[in-house]
Design a binder for this molecule. Structure first.
Ligand code: GDP
Ligand code: MG
Length: 441
């Protein structure tokens, strides 16, 4: 995944203070490849990478995480921001009937989406909804909408054979007005590609109906072509939002980014199945996660940022640079682990640490282990803490008693400290939590 790759790129940069432009550019080459693999359109990927590079250069690197992870977080935040942080609703606060027009390529899911939205408006918002199909191109398209209307118990405009789209729109408008509908949904004919006759028809309908919402329906499996689709429709009619369908499939999320970048309009819904209740509000963070394929790395970075006090980190770094690691240091590390949700939680978030997590969870009361370790160190004298070599058999018994633990537990802690201290000397500059975890794994 992208996060693994960035980790690799940045491993040798550990311990630096801030991200340099060269660091960031290296990472951004990986980001660009990942975006293209996620089907983000090329010009969109390019612009995104430029924007993020500007943001990332000069940012301080948290000591506890790798710069690679930090870049992943910056990229993730930028993706979420670009995809639209807030949930966007339909804006239908007008004198009824409010008009919602649905446009898009053939087979993108317009008709299904029209029925899904109608169902939602009726059920969730208690609106009185009517639907009309203006699709006279595809055989039985109007019947398809009528069938779906029957399933969701939403009225559809009666079909008059041979009537043209603009006339159907006029008839739908007056029917909706006369019969007191709150919302009129207009499902339009699809386009295979840019077909000017159909585009003109769509524009003529929009001129007559003056919709409050014009939603572009896009199949999320549309790859690099998404940007052309968005551009064409956006040039021809004033879009107000986008609906991404087939988000239940293995779409990699790139279309979402392209749509948003080109149209500048919010993604209002995601279609997540063929069934008529399979419509959800759009969740930018989930899609960002899909694009980066990074699992929980971002939340790990966030937790680290919250829980690690800067001074601790500075002090630790200085000591580690000298190869020093005493019981006070160990205690600090244990406290950090505890703040980050215990050994098991931490291990579960690190790539490749699933095995370690299983081992932690296999120890009965594994979270208690941290508490016991802290108590053991707490029962040591100041001298013992800075010079653990002093701790002989007699002292061990005293410490065990004082901490309410056993001599075996004291031994285990001393052994852990010994191993860590050796490792710390070897990898002087590799401070913080990751050093510990790599030994546990
Ligand atoms: P239109 O030509 O744009 O009107 O597309 P349709 O609404 O007729 O949909 C084409 C096909 O896509 C149908 O088989 C739908 O059931 C299917 N479809 C629509 N939306 C979704 C979705 O969100 N997920 C899945 N899996 N299938 C969908
Ligand atoms: Mg259709």
């Amino acid at each position: 995944s992208l996060s693994d790759r960035l980790g690799g790129v940045f491993d040798r940069l550990r311990g630096r203070g801030a991200l340099t432009e060269a660091d960031v550019r290296t990472a951004m080459r990986e980001v660009r490849v990942a975006l293209l693999e996620a089907d983000v359109a090329l010009p969109v990927a390019r612009k995104f990478v430029d924007d993020v590079t500007e943001k990332a250069v000069g940012q301080n690197v948290l000591r506890s995480v790798t710069p690679g992870q930090q870049v992943v977080k910056i990229v993730n935040d930028a993706l979420v921001e670009m995809l639209g942080a807030d949930e966007a609703e339909l804006e239908l606060n007008v004198a009824p009937p409010a008009i919602v027009m649905v446009v898009g390529l053939q087979g993108s899911g317009k008709t299904t989406t029209t029925a899904k939205i109608a169902r939602r408006l009726k059920g969730r918002d208690g609106k009185k909804v009517m639907m009309a199909s203006l699709d006279v191109n595809r055989p039985a398209a109007q019947e398809q909408l009528a069938t779906l209307g029957g399933q969701v118990e939403v009225a559809t405009l009666p079909i008059i054979a041979g009537q043209q789209p603009v006339d159907i729109a006029r008839r739908a408008l007056s029917a909706a007005k006369l019969q007191g509908f709150d919302v009129l949904m207009l499902d339009t004919a699809g386009r295979l590609h840019v077909d000017q006759a159909l585009m003109d028809e769509m524009k003529a309908v929009a001129d007559i109906a003056r919709p409050q919402e014009i939603l572009l329906v896009v199949d999320s499996l549309t790859g690099q072509d998404a940007v052309n689709v968005a551009q064409n429709f956006s040039d021809q009619v004033p879009l107000t939002g986008v609906v991404l369908t087939r988000m239940d499939g293995d779409a990699r999320g790139g279309a979402a980014l392209s749509m948003r970048a080109v149209t500048g309009k919010p993604i209002k819904f995601a279609g997540t199945g063929e069934k008529l209740d399979a419509l959800e509000a759009f969740h930018p963070s989930r899609v960002a996660g899909r694009i980066l394929g990074m699992g929980d790395v971002v939340s790990l970075v966030e937790r680290a940022a919250e829980s690690i006090q800067q001074e601790d980190a500075e002090r630790m770094a200085t000591r580690l640079a000298k190869g020093q690691f005493d019981m006070n240091d160990l205690r600090g590390q244990l406290a950090q682990m505890k703040r980050m949700g215990g050994l098991g939680a931490l291990a579960g978030m690190m790539p490749g640490m699933k095995k370690a997590q299983a081992a932690m969870n296999a120890v009965p009361g594994s979270d208690k282990v941290l508490v016991h370790m802290d108590a053991i160190i707490g029962s040591m004298t100041v001298k013992e803490r800075s010079k653990p070599d002093l701790i002989n058999a007699k002292r061990k018994i005293r410490i065990a008693k004082g901490s309410g633990t056993t001599v075996q537990e004291v031994n285990r802690l001393l052994k852990m400290h010994q191993e860590m201290s050796t490792a710390m000397k070897k990898i002087k500059k590799m401070g913080g939590i990751k050093g510990m975890l790599s030994m546990l794994g």
